[in-house]
Ligand binder design. Structure first.
Ligand SMILES: *Cc1c(COP(=O)(O)O)cnc(C)c1O
Length: 431
């Protein structure tokens, strides 16, 4: 067992993290640090956060034993932490509630956020509606086109969505634009960052809000083992491995953090290997990136020899990011967490497998974690266990999956009652 005290007062996780911001933001960042330092120990703040999680989000989310899947893999027992059952369909809401509560107390009536697939945008717009805060969401113009249902959701919730036309017109450009807005409007504006990235104190603060996931598991796993009459092989009634997908890294930090001092439990982060780690089409910053500064912190980033950020790719928009939270960079370097890759194809197979075997439609992001757990389970014994963070549900992804599976998603008038695509049935399911 070892002492884990991260980050230091300046937000450093070893050589990573820190705060690289322009002069104009220094004051806003200091104000945020002071507010969080105060409210994180404030009993009223903590009580309200817990109450919001219970009554608005529906926590605690269950831990579920995927019995059929475990049996078919023939190895370790696989458990799913059901963040997909949260209000708005993913873990993101845990963090937006905490930060919006902070914004209210800091007297900031205007909220800004960046979003890629739109999940963080929806979670932010949701809590702004609940608290009566103005909400502006920056989103790459390309993503606005690709994710139109989430754009409409944000509008229904009363948010303004601003398409960003610069750069690759995706998440990293939206992040730059949100930072620019913040610089111009620091007095009345709070910036809710959606993952464990950005300048200090964001990586620490987002981790703290998300760590409710792992905290719940620490009490749920022993109960689960008892009800299954299983004796956990680790001896401490906790899983042998915890597996989570890593985009920016917030759902993974949320489940890893409370387990860091449980040295029997392996922590495994799954990055998007896209079309393969030997191609240029992936988002595996920790495995194939190198240290550099991006979006206000030092971490592993995907960059070329000139320090230019390279294009990334993943089937899942939520994992398609050229950086990663600095705490993951640190956990990798000290060897406390391992990072592996799952390709688009493997993730898609796991997606279909979970749908049909367990009756759960996972987010494509979470499907990466499921895919790796399936491979890992086969190498383990039935008295061993793997806990997978099911970061979100897959409703948002069914259009993408239908396209990739070459199926007709909606039954158009032209195909009603008829066989389509060379005699196959209307909904052609991948198998
Ligand atoms: C946004 C998102 C992710 C990736 O973000 P992290 O910060 O790495 O957790 C993963 N899963 C789902 C369902 C998401 O919406």
């Amino acid at each position: 067992m070892f002492e884990y005290q991260q980050p230091d007062a300046a937000g450093h996780f070893g050589v990573y993290g820190g705060s690289f911001v322009s002069e104009t933001l220094t004051h806003a960042i200091n104000e945020l640090k002071a507010a969080y330092a105060h409210y994180q120990h404030d009993p009223d703040f903590i009580a309200e956060f817990k109450s919001e999680l219970a009554h608005f989000v529906g926590r605690p989310s269950p831990v579920y034993h995927a019995a059929r899947m475990s049996r078919e893999m023939g190895g370790a027992q696989i458990f799913l932490k059901r963040e997909d059952l949260n209000h708005t369909g993913a873990h993101k809401i845990n963090n937006t509630i905490g930060q919006a509560m902070l914004a209210k107390r800091m007297g900031k009536p205007r909220i800004i956020a960046e979003t890629g697939a739109g999940q963080h945008g929806v979670a932010t717009a949701t809590i702004c509606a609940r608290y009566g805060l103005e909400c502006v969401v920056y989103m790459g113009a390309e993503d606005v086109k690709r994710q139109s249902p989430n754009v409409y959701r944000m509008k229904l919730l009363g948010a303004t969505v601003v398409p960003v036309d610069s750069g690759s017109r995706t998440l990293k450009d939206a992040l730059n634009e949100a930072m620019r807005d913040w610089v111009a409007n620091v007095d009345n504006t709070y910036y809710i960052i959606g993952t464990v990235a950005g300048p200090h104190p964001y990586p620490m603060m987002v981790r703290d809000f998300q760590s409710v996931i792992g905290e719940e598991c620490l009490t749920q796993m022993p109960e689960m083992f008892k009800s299954l009459k299983m004796v956990a092989s680790s001896g401490d009634m906790q899983p042998d491995a915890v597996v989570a997908c890593v985009g920016g890294g917030s759902n993974a930090m949320g489940i890893f953090y409370p387990y860091i001092h449980h040295s029997h439990t392996r922590l495994i982060g799954v990055e998007a290997a896209g079309e393969g780690l030997d191609t240029h089409k992936h988002s595996a910053s920790l495995q194939l990136g190198s240290p550099g500064v991006l979006h206000g912190n030092r971490t592993y980033i995907l960059q070329d020899d000139n320090g230019q950020i390279t294009e990334t790719h993943s089937i899942s928009a939520g994992l398609d990011y050229p950086g990663v939270g600095p705490e993951h960079a640190f956990l990798k370097d000290i060897g406390r967490a391992e990072y592996v890759g799952i390709t688009d194809k493997e993730a898609l197979e796991a997606f279909h497998y979970l749908c049909r075997t367990e009756g759960i439609i996972p987010a494509l992001e979470s499907s990466h974690a499921v895919a790796y757990a399936m491979q890992l389970a086969k190498t383990m014994r039935p008295d061993q266990s793997i806990l997978v963070n099911m970061s979100g549900r897959g409703d948002k992804d069914i259009g993408t999956v239908a396209d990739l599976s070459n199926a007709d998603f909606f039954c158009r008038p032209s195909c009603q009652g008829q066989a389509v695509k060379g005699g196959e049935h209307i909904i052609q399911v991948h198998k």
